[in-house]
Write a protein that binds this ligand. Sequence first.
Ligand code: ZN
Length: 739
Amino acid sequence: MTCKICCCVASVLQVVLSVFLVLLTAACVTLAVVLVTVLNEGTTGPGLTPPPPSAPPSAPTYLLGLGRADCTGPPAEVPLMGYAQSGQTAAGIHTRLYSRAFIVDDGEKRVVFVTADIGMVSQRLRLEVMKALKLKFGSLYHRGNVVLSGTHTHCGPGGYFQYTLFMLSTKGYIKTAVEPLVDAIVKSISLAHENMRPGHIYRNSGNLQNSSLNRSPHAYHNNPQDERDRFSENTDNQVTILKFTDQDGDGIGVLSWFAVHAVSMNYTNRMVSSDNMGLASVLMELDKNQGLPGEGRFVAGFSSSNLGDVTPNTRGPYCANTGLKCDYINGSCPVGGTKQCQNVGPGDDMFESTRIIAEKIYRKTKELYSTAVEEVTGPLYFAHQWVDMSNVSVKINKTHTASTCKPALGHSFAAGTTDGGGDLNFTQGMVEGDPFWDGIRDALVGPPSNETQDCHRPKPILFSTGEMSWPLPWHPTIIDVQMLVLGSVAILAVPGEITTMSGRRLRAAVKQELQSHGAFEDLQVVIAGLSNVYTHYITTYEEYQLQRYEAASTIFGPHTLSAYIQKFTELSRAIREGSEPDSGPEPPFFEKLFNLLPAATTDRKPDNTSFGDVLEQVYPLYRPGDVASVTFVSGNPRHSGDIRDRTFITVERFNNDSDSWGVVHTDASWETRFHWLKGADRRSNATVQWFIPDSAPSGIYRIRHFGHYKEIKNFRPVIQAFTGQSEAFTVSRGYYSAT
Ligand code: ZN
């Protein structure tokens, strides 16, 4: 089974069909489906004007508050959200996930931007966060001034959706996955709120090469020649940053936008991971803060942007079975179809690729941060509207109008992308339906209406999700459009994965509208992707005609982008004129959601062992570059409850001076991998790997594991804590050099 909720999705069909079959036979359930993103500004950055050599710091411009909170959810059995692979359930932790909040106040208005290490922000998640904010802060933070954006990691726990398609792919609405997300986002905003202080914001931007690749160049090439000629690349290679300082000029944080999918980690990974964008954040924060990941006051948010057609796997698509290039038009291989066609690189495996891309984005951001001198000044603005996106009348020229459509997915949605293709015989670029699959679809859920088919042409409809409402609507129709303006920077919160050229058009339209009456000079517009509600992809009208995966997943039809441009232009006009847009129709908040994830069972252990006992011991001696590994008798990590700000593992070094052990890594560290392996008969193991870095000092180390298990005592389930630790071992740099 395959697919990517966001980017890929091939097994969506398989999953959906399975689900229907299961439901029809009144059995239990399984499986799968879909998803995607956004960012940044035009092709030229703001001009860098060097400051006078000894310019005194100007008076503080804004009140600034930054906060970061651990948002890691249950790292076991919960489906990871992104590839829609039914077998890709959480089984450990690669890196932790964080929500990072930035609050700016100009004395009159206040805006909040949150970037969180999650696949996307769902409507349900946003509604729950807004409720919690209202409870805590009254009317201070509201739908208008709070933007929530996801980094688009495909390795974060799902379960935070209220629409059927997404719920099927992540085993329904999982309270234990939703609560830590909501609490952490609110906590990051609360921390930012509590440390508001006078300060400055500076903007900067620059190009970053060799870190992204257009994964649907065939579709991009269908955009008008004169439009393409204005850009040297078929992806936006610009990194745009905002540098935050206190009133003395000391850095307190950075917000960075770069348009690339967080899919360096592929669908074979089972560990919770923040992927390339999350690692970039951690690298920047470790550079500025002392200590472990997640610690320290410096906050570095790396946000998604117009990444709809942008892969980080920069060697491009090859057939995994033959090593030959994939078919350019439909992204498939002669043998094995779309599943075999995979984007690879730049590293030799997904971990190395993640590290390489993260380091590139981080280093570019750090360079831009250290050279940022152009201060952002001017008032703050925000505008928000709910829009029924299934029925927006769009002016396509002076005499003609067209309309957006009820949501529907095309056949090529089931093909997935070259970052994770589907298992079935779908390919990208399908502009004709497949009678076989159409027949099955019709028998199970009925055909799409003629109206919807006409509206979506040339998309052959696989699932007419806008006409499917059992047990709950399959897709949202009411979506958020929202933008913030911080002086000379406009942030567009786009509720989906918008492609490169689509993003350029949207930014240009907003810029033109805001500047149409002489104000907002030198404005920079960035796109924050995967914001507020998830609606899959947004392509240009021309890209849509070719029905690559991104177009098949443009759920509101061929005029989706035009509708967004119209709506964001209206928001821009409202900002320019000082008016407030209508709130629009309020999205639903469904009370009765389904949950398909069974409760975690009790744990068992091998005879004559205890939880935390070592099954496979470390070696006595390692050198930098080696991997220290130890396996423990373990319990289901779901029994550990809310795991935020805790760790399942530590790597500790013995300090001779203090005669004590000190923690050098946790499960948040890039250098460690915590694998939870569920075995037969409710037994499970935890294997902890420490990839010993070249920087590790010689010394005596040990690895510890912390967990919980559930057992039945006196006929009642009881959860008990346990710890385990490896034997002490030596890391010797001398040993390394001697060999
Ligand atoms: Zn995506």
